[in-house]
Design a protein around this ligand. Structure first.
Ligand code: CO8
Length: 382
């Protein structure tokens, strides 16, 4: 499904919240390997008998080579690095305090509004679009709306790693239909809360961050740094290769509570193989529809899951012209922040785009789901 902009809709501000704490690959692997040593020592007899398998250590060299990740920002590092706990440890909050996602999202939202030169009065729709919501209700978006003091309406949505681009499409549609005049799409991601730090295959993949994008309707560019949305396009295709079975029905089958599938699990190789062609097809079809060619894109702000995956996507689209500056990487320092990834790349790597030049935000992940948003920097004469 795609929407080609008929009314001018602009991205006029973006914001990023980065947690102050971070973990290097070496620190993460030290903690994981200590867990492995303890596990193998405790189960030495069963391992010797062959009734239990010994766990294998992780390595920082593998992580960097397989993913491009060097470190990740996290909401809380001590709990993650404690081999007895291996989960972020957060203090309980009262219902009167802002929730964790609200606090992170609010920080990003305030920066996006400041960049756009707008206040909360200019926002009449808040969409929280992210992979895992802290609670079912009340919606985090309504909490953010209330704390900002914005009128209008708000709702939460989840399309895993593609949440932000799906949220942008919803925002653009609301602006074009007249349902809203200023939309904040907020993506707070505490990926470490649903990552199994005891799983060697995936313990290194994710980090935490929050982003916000302000979109508005206007005949003229709101300011010279604004980006006109030329079109959005979405696609989904069911797959069990990335899955998390945590949910409210777990308590109805208590014998399954706490099992491995109640956190993030994936078949990483299959995801790599199947998602690359899906994304290349999505971008190619979207560009065709807009009568553009890959060469017309100055920058590809891609989802940040794996640097090898992004290189391959870029090479299939651009050939030898797929240089690192054209396809920026932020996952070396942020790791995979799910829906926030492509927006972080856009937030940090767009100042050198010249007036009138174009680029694409593209996300992809569980579902499978993929979304693209083609944008053009305001021309000088606009
Ligand atoms: N240390 C050392 N060696 C290791 C480790 C490790 N930690 N892990 C695996 N190995 C070994 C394996 O045992 C294997 O050894 P052998 O060859 O002897 O069998 C070898 O390394 C190769 O293993 P893999 O085939 O698994 O390694 P890959 O090269 O495929 O790399 C990746 C693994 C990095 C996971 C890669 O497959 C990948 O990035 N795939 C794409 C994944 C992707 O894009 N997923 C999207 C998920 S994000 C999303 O949709 C959002 C979900 C919601 C957010 C969830 C938040 C928690």
């Amino acid at each position: 499904m795609s929407v080609t902009a008929q009314t001018n809709v602009w991205i006029s501000g973006t914001g990023l919240f980065t947690p102050s704490e971070s973990i290097t690959n070496e620190e993460l692997v030290d903690s994981f390997n200590e867990y492995v040593r303890r596990h193998n020592e405790t189960h030495a007899e069963a391992i010797a008998e062959g009734s239990t398998e010994a766990l294998t250590e992780s390595s920082p060299e593998f992580i960097l080579k397989a993913s491009g990740i060097q470190r990740r920002h996290v909401v809380e590092r001590e709990g993650i690095l404690d081999p007895d706990f291996m989960t972020p440890r957060l203090e309980a909050r009262s219902d009167e305090d802002p929730s964790v996602l609200c606090e992170m999202g609010l920080a990003a939202a305030e920066e996006a509004l400041e960049q756009a030169g707008k206040s909360a009065r200019d926002v009449d729709c808040v969409i929280v679009a992210c992979s895992n919501l802290e609670r079912p209700y009340p919606a985090i978006s309504v909490e953010i709306q209330s704390r900002l003091g914005a009128p209008g309406f708000a709702y939460d949505m989840n399309v895993a790693c593609s949440s932000a681009t799906f949220g942008l499409q919803a925002g653009v549609s609301a602006l074009q239909s007249g349902a809203a005049s200023g939309v904040l799409v907020v993506s707070p991601e505490v990926c470490t809360g649903h990552l199994n730090f005891r799983d060697r295959d995936s313990h290194f993949i994710f980090g935490d961050a929050a982003t916000a994008v302000f979109v508005e309707r206007s005949d003229e560019p709101p300011h010279p740094g604004s980006y006109l949305v030329l079109g959005t396009r979405l696609v989904t295709q069911f797959s069990n290769n990335i899955r998390n079975n945590f949910g409210f029905l777990n308590r109805a089958t208590p014998e399954t509570v706490g099992s491995r599938d109640k956190l993030f699990v994936q078949e990483g190789r299959k995801v790599f193989k199947e998602v690359v062609p899906l994304v290349v097809q999505l971008i190619s079809e979207h560009l065709d529809e807009l009568e553009l060619a890959p060469e017309d894109l100055k920058r590809l702000w891609l989802h940040q899951a794996n640097s090898n995956m992004n290189e391959l996507i870029a090479r299939r689209l651009l050939g030898d012209a797929a240089t690192p500056d054209r396809v920026p990487t932020i996952l070396d320092t942020y790791a995979n922040t799910s829906s926030a990834g492509s927006v972080i790349a856009f937030h940090l790597h767009r100042d050198d785009i010249a007036p009138g030049e174009r680029g694409i935000l593209c996300s992809f992940g569980a579902g499978y789901s993929a979304g693209s948003v083609v944008v053009q920097r305001a021309a000088e004469t606009d």
